[in-house]
Design a protein around this ligand. Sequence first.
Ligand SMILES: [Zn+2]
Length: 79
Amino acid sequence: MKETVSKEQRLAVEAFKKRRDENEPKMIDSSSLPAGTAMCYYCKHCYALTTKISESDFTTEIKDCCGECKAMKEKGWLK
Ligand SMILES: [Zn+2]
């Protein structure tokens, strides 16, 4: 079997893991914040902040996946 993982994919996965490790400690649990504080939503893959909305904002679309992870997912690089 030949190597099926391209260099591009390998670099993208490495960058993803680095991003995830850096983002995870920065996550804020919105439920621990006082009422009225903007709610933060994070990428479910790399924990990057994707959406920040105030309590009275019901129009902003909440993203559960950041652009970079979405691109990786579309290529089948993210499981
Ligand atoms: Zn992400």
